[in-house]
Design a protein around this ligand. Structure first.
Ligand code: ACO
Length: 427
């Protein structure tokens, strides 16, 4: 017998049998539950989508209890150790690791698109001197849709693939221009002799010395951080990408919306909050009293806890290792001692153990970025560059999914019943 869920409606005494597929019932199956034929039927209420699967997806798998993160079945630890960001991007978008030939062709197709139209540069020059880089990134990505008008043909796989390459290639260029803009420095054009992350660092930091090349250890560390941030299934910004894309808006407009969702402090801004917290603690000797404040509910230990992971975030483990390699080049970030002491105390404290609070990806990433000379305002932009790949993979999957429709949730109306307009003199 097929798996079913039997529901009895006490209002009518009727019993309904709802099919269970992949551990879920279809919300639309609830609609048959009604008292009178004229009714709309039962809905489910789930603010924040805490318990609603919005899609089937074969891209990224997370097991929060076990601390597992896999892209297309490959454990994140193996990808971080053996893959490159662009190879991982290919995997996320195409479902399989590339052959050597496919990888060279893919890298070339990204390199061909790293330059932006001069008018894009001029557009960015129009921002105020103190504009936030993320605001510039979001607006400029949206602006790209006016340069590639064929992008609106979202059902055309050839056009889709072109826009995917353009977005992945241009994201670091726009990100670096946004940084240079707020520093008041001239923009550096891409150097296609460098790999993806080295090119990004060169566009960020090259000054008058045209032979500047980033330290390979730092470029490699950034490549690993980009792999770790490339996708994380149906989070807030990915959901925004899919929702906007579901109206068949072009991918530049959809991706600008996804980046806007990432901008919020509850999503892409936590690593900045960690640095602020560490600076406020100020010294290892203050850690124990800070933990006491956290336990009294006066503040949160930023960079700890996760909606999905109830175990050590697998990305945090990799980042911690990467931090040691970066600090060997840059010198130790003085805030690291405080972070290590916080982690040590928290992991052995009953309060954190009971609530399954472990370090998340953001606990150490800000320390690394800061040691590499990347300013705090760039942190969400640094997240958006690699996540561009995940957003695009999820967007393409959504368009190919025959079950998907325009995203249009329902509501429970709590306002007034019908009432007559009152002339202004009588109010
Ligand atoms: N410090 C102290 N206590 C915490 C923390 C924390 N960082 N996180 C959760 N708790 C406690 C809560 O007070 C609550 O305790 P209670 O049961 O006594 O009331 C319990 O743990 C459960 O917390 P919730 O807020 O219900 O957990 P939720 O899943 O909603 O929140 C979140 C997850 C937002 C990430 C939370 O852990 C948090 O605020 N962490 C700090 C911010 C942070 O690091 N965010 C980055 C997340 S990773 C990312 O977005 C890329």
């Amino acid at each position: 017998m097929a798996d079913t869920l039997t529901v009895t409606d006490n209002r009518t005494g009727k019993t309904y049998s709802l099919p269970i597929v992949d551990g879920t019932i279809r919300a639309a199956d609830l609609r048959q539950i009604k008292v009178t034929e004229a009714e709309f039927g039962m809905m489910s209420y789930d603010p924040g989508f805490l318990n609603t699967a919005s899609t089937r997806s074969s891209i990224t798998e997370i097991d929060g209890d076990l601390g597992v993160l896999r892209y297309r079945g490959y454990p994140i630890e193996q990808l971080a150790e053996h893959s490159s960001f662009l190879e991982t991007a290919y995997l996320l978008l195409n479902g399989e690791l590339p052959t050597a030939e496919q990888l060279s062709a893919w890298e070339l197709s990204i390199q061909q698109h790293t330059v932006v139209h001069e008018n894009v540069k001029q557009l960015m020059e129009g921002f105020r001197y103190d504009a936030h880089p993320m605001g510039m990134f979001i607006s400029t990505v949206a602006g790209l849709s006016t340069f590639y008008t064929e992008a609106k043909n979202v059902r055309d796989p050839v056009s889709r693939n072109n826009q995917i390459c353009r977005l992945i290639a241009k994201a670091p260029t726009i990100a670096a221009f946004s940084y240079r803009h707020c520093q008041g420095y001239p923009y550096n054009y891409p150097n296609n002799k460098l790999n993806y992350t080295s090119n990004f660092l060169a566009m960020m930091f090259k000054m008058v010395d045209s032979s500047y090349e980033p330290h390979p250890v730092l470029a490699k560390a950034l490549d690993i951080l980009f792999i770790l941030h490339a996708d994380h299934e149906q989070n807030c910004s990915t959901n925004a990408m899919r929702a906007i894309g579901s109206s068949e808006a072009d991918p530049y407009s959809a991706l600008a919306g996804a980046a806007a969702a990432l901008y919020g402090p509850l999503h892409g801004g936590a690593n900045e909050a960690v640095l602020k917290m560490l600076a406020e603690i100020g010294d290892v000797k203050n850690v124990a009293s800070f933990i006491d404040q956290v336990k009294l509910g006066k503040c949160r230990l930023m960079g700890f806890g996760h909606r999905v992971y109830k175990n050590y975030d697998p990305r945090a483990k990799i980042i911690k290792r990467t931090a040691d390699e970066v600090f060997a080049v840059t010198g130790r970030n003085p805030l690291l001692e405080i972070a290590l002491e916080l982690e040590k105390i928290a992991l052995s404290d009953e309060y954190f153990i009971k609530r399954k609070l472990y370090p998340n990806v953001d606990f150490y990433s800000g320390l690394i970025y800061q040691a590499m000379g990347l300013p705090v305002t760039m942190f969400p932009v640094l997240f958006a560059i690699p996540r561009t790949v995940g957003w695009l993979a999820q967007w393409a999957e959504m368009l190919e999914d025959s079950e998907q429709k325009i995203a249009r949730p329902r509501q429970i109306y709590t306002g007034h019943a019908v009432r007559d307009f009152v002339p202004i003199a009588e109010r």
